[in-house]
Design a protein around this ligand. Sequence first.
Ligand SMILES: NC(=O)C1=CN([C@@H]2O[C@H](COP(=O)(O)OP(=O)(O)OC[C@H]3O[C@@H](n4cnc5c(N)ncnc54)[C@H](O)[C@@H]3O)[C@@H](O)[C@H]2O)C=CC1
Ligand SMILES: O=C(O)C(=O)COP(=O)(O)O
Length: 530
Amino acid sequence: MNVLVTDPIAAAGIELLEDSGHEVEKSYTLTDEELLAAVKETHALIVRSGTEVTRDVFEAADDLLIVGRAGIGVDNIDLDAATDNGVIVANAPEGNVRAAAEHTVAMTFAAARSIPQAHSRLSSGTWAKGEFLGSEVNDKTLGVVGFGRVGQEVAKRLGSLGMDIVVFDPYISEDRAAQFGADLVDSLEECLTNADFLTIHTPLTDETENMIAKEELAQLEGGYVVNCARGGIVDEPALANAVEDGILKGAAIDVFADEPVSSDNPLLDVENVIVTPHLGASTEAAQENVAVSTAEQVLAAFEGEPVVNALNAPSVDESSYPTIEPYVGLADTAGEIAVQLLDGRVESVEVSYAGDIANKDIDLVTASALKGVFEPLEWQVNAVNAPRIANQRGIEVVETKTRRAEDFQSLVTVTAGNNEESVGVCGTLFAGDDPRIVRIDGYRVDAVPHGHMLVARNTDEPGVIGFIGSTLGEADVNIAGMFNGRETIGGEALSVYNLDNEVPESVLDRLDEDGRIMGTKYISLDNGDN
Ligand SMILES: NC(=O)C1=CN([C@@H]2O[C@H](COP(=O)(O)OP(=O)(O)OC[C@H]3O[C@@H](n4cnc5c(N)ncnc54)[C@H](O)[C@@H]3O)[C@@H](O)[C@H]2O)C=CC1
Ligand SMILES: O=C(O)C(=O)COP(=O)(O)O
């Protein structure tokens, strides 16, 4: 098989591939056009952050089986295009975590003690001892945004050096933060206003892009920003201005919105902004780890074995797949609805199987339910990595099975919960493959899980449904179908509406203001062509 490597990786990874009989071509300076030509007869492509693997690349690469990312971040790889073209994308999520964490610690100290600036003054002949008065990290507060693998390792290290740790990460549990002696806060603002040093460890996603801009930097007044995660999360001109104007004491930046950085990047001109050229993962040990791990993933793909770090490929036993396939989609959708109905963070997920499905191999179905739960929250989540994500976030996952399924052949219920509340969404398949939601939070309903939906909790009295319908109608939201589920006549009811379009926030507010309505939730499912 042919392997193309377009960013430098450690020799150990190349040797592993060559020793297994594969042809490895190393081309580190390809233009975009040359890359399109080079991938034509390639079976595996190995990259780091320096290669943009676009849809064009996937479309040009007819024989491509796998893209191996010798590192963590895959924002340079079009995962949707990979999936569309049936190409596995696998990263090496563990091998450079400690290197990235150590670099973050080094950058924190370098900024706090102005080490690069002092070095530069001394090496140009000036003994500028009186010019540098640094900050200690001891007894200061470290704000960590993104408490995954790297964020946790940084917290461990700086926590042991006397820092208090405050974490903002909406997708981890309080228990997980507590294990690291960290205080989990509910908003970015709370994290920023408490922090003396802010360190960022999220991926670059639509949600995190420009997450730290002018207003957020002002909330960190008098502090330092360290970014060894991804460029684009911090607004670069705003950061340069904040440091220049003395709103912040300094910043230490390893990653940039455009790499390699051009000479007109505003961060390069500010005395108290120190920079490194994306060196977080550049240690001998980390590079050897990620190169070997990536080569192993490529070899597994070549052998048709499970690719354990695949980000986009479901692992399926071919013979049992046809019977469980429709439940995979149902569980995913039930999970997506449950998490959108839940107020607050998800700390536990229960997937219950009743009837025929309880006798099947349902690992992939449970994984799909988790994928649905994480869908609105996570980057790169799929049925392969969702269980691992749950584990890393300290989210408890319980599977239960029972043979009895009321009047149905099979039922799958996904319940997302936390200490205060839980929401269960139960689905079945009509005629073997037509998904229906038949119970929400204990209420019997009959809803087609598709596109735009509104779920309302209301009193069971004349006129309420009419009021909801006319309020939606006045806002030009067309109702495609509705179901009213109630426990007792005149008690509480739960009504579900399938809609042709999105419900504006103002309409939800108007509904919520009505005394007969206890609450509404607009749900958007990504399984439809809304
Ligand atoms: N400078 C370098 O050379 C290196 C950079 N990295 C980068 O570091 C970053 C972190 O990597 P890992 O810790 O392995 O990732 P991870 O996936 O283990 O952790 C990311 C965390 O960010 C959280 N998160 C997602 N969206 C968020 C939001 N909107 N607000 C707050 N938190 C949010 C997630 O819940 C998760 O806990 C990635 O961007 C990665 O590419 C990693 C290694 C080396
Ligand atoms: O692993 C990551 O996410 C990194 O940012 C490391 O990038 P690199 O492999 O050094 O180009």
